[in-house]
Ligand binder design. Structure first.
Ligand code: ARG
Length: 603
């Protein structure tokens, strides 16, 4: 046991079963599979069947899985967490955790909090930037394009990326959150040329562009129809890349308009991110081409410079015929910069799965260039599916246009207020509380409905579904959390008293089924946390929150935390139960924080 980290039961059990299997079946390399079954036991090992099959095949003698299961259990090292072991089905081994072990874990959570796992095991090596520093993660997410609308795909990247960043920060990594804005490239030529015509005074006053998308469309129209304009647009691109001060100024003006829109969305969603767009890499792309040329990795074909990759059919275009750079060149520059300048131990790109091939190419390119050999960082493409409307087609407005993010958030805000009023919350809460609840519910629902599904799949965006207060939704969880808070409030226990009770109240949950069930659910959290960290998937964490809230509701329906004596009328606080509420709240709160959802005291 590592004292600085919360106990991971599943991890320990896997270790015990592995020891047993190695001893009982030398030569067998099966890694034990342990799950949390819906019924029958706390944990279940399902390895007897595959081992029996293998043994039968190699020895030619039929051996039953139930036989193998017995042998595994006979060889299992003793551990004080195990209360009893029994069998079910074709050799399933069921483990029941001992109540005294459960009590100890709950006491630890109450007195020490939930402590994250050892971060050094996460990247497989010590930080390359010096042994005493925390390992560094660079996470690239959100990353909308200037002058184009930030769309629902960017919303997914924002929500998923922010929660992963929170998870990593919570674990103790040094996290650099980067917004890889599309703020460079040929489209800026026409935007700048159009700006010069429309707002000639742009050098002294900032241009009153209200609708940058309309501005973009107008400039695109001219670009397509007017040869003269097109020529000027090209000149602007050349001058932009040469850092002509006037052109750079115009470019900044345009970027600022977009940035204000983006900032509004980040502020509303409580997302912190540092802008570092494609423009940052202009000089680095020039150097990149030199390096790749000197390493003989570029092939000249039809005036373009291509980079061919092992096992990937399509080469990357590093330089276009007109000498310009591409999305490939900019991302080759990002990965090089993050490995060599940031000295990252872990690099994460949160980009839709449609760009999987692009990402594979970049990773292969970095390897070919020899950069990953110098710095063996862990590199992940965190992909995600498309956002669909309730009709199962790509999310669109009624008139068929792409949904504007700001309007989507506004609709969420409106709908959440309606929902709260429907539940008569406006009669109970102060105006400030109501407003806080409105935001928390609206954005909590949007985030949770995204994060609670496996991000690798497409997902259907439905306000009706996400605002339902039954089932696995943020509203249900937020209500559960406020209910816990109100129990403590109503009991009127002073914080110091509660603190003292955490140390010395007897925590024996074994006499009440609902208490034990809830306690056993709570102590699964460190395993759930670690799994989310390994896979960079949040749906398991969400599923756990739902199970926790459900176990809490069942407990709360049956077990009184404050009992009123029928004869004397005196109320008596059951501290054991109050502390169980407290541990539930601690874990639930941490989950909310990782997902970027604001839990409420009252709602
Ligand atoms: N701007 C791109 C888009 O809208 C996303 C950029 C993601 N980050 C990256 N390093 N490629 O599709």
């Amino acid at each position: 046991g590592d004292k600085d980290h919360s106990c991971r039961i599943l991890d320990i059990l896997v270790g015990l079963f592995e020891q047993s299997i190695r001893k009982a079946f030398p030569g067998d390399t099966t890694l034990p599979v342990l799950v949390v079954p819906a019924r029958q036991a706390d944990y279940q090992c399902n390895s007897a069947m595959p081992i029996a099959q293998k043994l039968s095949a190699t020895t030619g003698k039929k051996i039953a899985p139930t036989e193998v299961a017995k042998i595994i259990v006979e060889n299992l090292p003793k551990h004080d967490m195990i209360e009893k072991i029994d069998y079910s089905g074709p050799g399933f081994i069921n483990v029941t955790i001992s109540p005294s072990f459960v009590s100890k874990q709950i006491r630890d959570i109450l007195t020490k909090g939930v402590l994250p796992p050892n971060i050094l095991t996460m990247v497989g090596k010590l930080g390359s930037n010096g042994e005493n520093k925390r390992p560094k993660v660079v996470i690239d997410f959100s990353s909308p394009n200037i002058a184009k609308e930030m769309h629902v795909g960017h919303l997914r990247s924002t929500i998923i990326g922010d929660s992963i960043a929170r998870l990593l920060e919570y674990t103790g990594f040094d996290v650099l959150r980067l917004n890889h804005l599309g703020d460079w490239g040929t489209q800026f030529g026409m935007l700048i040329a159009h700006l010069q015509d429309e707002f000639p005074e742009y050098k002294t006053v900032s241009p009153p562009i209200g609708d940058l998308l309309a501005f973009y469309k107008a400039s695109k129209k001219r670009f397509d129809e007017d040869e003269e304009f097109k020529k000027r647009a090209y000149e602007c691109v050349v001058n932009l890349q040469a850092y002509d001060p006037d052109i750079i100024h115009a470019w900044k003006m345009i970027c600022d308009v977009s940035r204000k829109d983006f900032e509004y969305i980040y502020k509303e969603l409580d997302v912190k991110i540092t802008d570092r767009g494609e423009s940052f890499y202009q000089d680095r792309m020039v150097d990149l081409v030199k390096e790749l040329d000197s390493k003989n990795l570029l092939k000249l074909e039809d005036g373009r410079k291509l980079m061919f990759l092992p096992d990937i059919d399509v080469p990357m275009t590093i330089v276009k015929t007109d000498g310009g750079f591409t999305y490939d060149s900019s991302d080759m520059a990002t990965i090089k910069q993050r490995l060599q300048e940031e000295k990252a131990d872990w690099i994460v790109y949160v980009i839709d799965s449609g760009q999987a091939l692009h990402m594979q190419s970049i990773f292969a390119g970095a390897k070919l260039a020899g950069w990953t050999e110098e710095n063996s960082a862990r590199i992940d493409h965190v992909g995600f599916g498309v956002v669909l409307g309730e009709d199962g087609k790509k999310l669109k407005t009624r008139s068929g246009e792409a949904v504007r993010l700001r309007e989507l958030l506004d609709e969420g805000i409106e709908r959440s207020l309606a929902k709260l009023k429907e539940k008569n919350r406006d009669t109970v809460l102060t105006p400030e509380e109501l407003q806080k609840a409105q935001k928390s519910v609206a954005y909590g629902c949007i985030k949770y409905s995204d994060l609670s599904r496996n991000r690798n799949f497409d997902y259907i965006f439905s306000f009706d579904r996400m605002l339902d207060d039954r089932g696995n939704t943020a509203v249900y969880l937020l209500y559960a959390y406020t209910r816990i808070q109100s129990i403590a409030r109503k009991a009127g226990i002073a914080p110091e008293t509660l603190k003292a009770k955490m140390q010395d109240v007897e925590l024996d949950f074994a006499n009440e089924e609902q208490e034990l069930k809830l306690a056993k659910c709570i102590i699964r959290y460190p395993d759930v946390f670690t799994r989310a960290l390994d896979e960079l998937l949040m749906n398991g964490l969400c599923e756990f929150m739902y199970q926790l809230a459900t176990a809490f509701t069942e407990f709360y329906d049956r077990c009184y935390c404050v009992e009123v004596d029928k004869v004397t009328g005196e109320s008596r606080i059951n501290y054991r139960r109050i502390l169980l509420c407290e541990a539930t709240a601690t874990v639930l709160k941490q989950c909310f924080e990782i997902l970027g959802i604001q839990p409420l005291e009252r709602m």
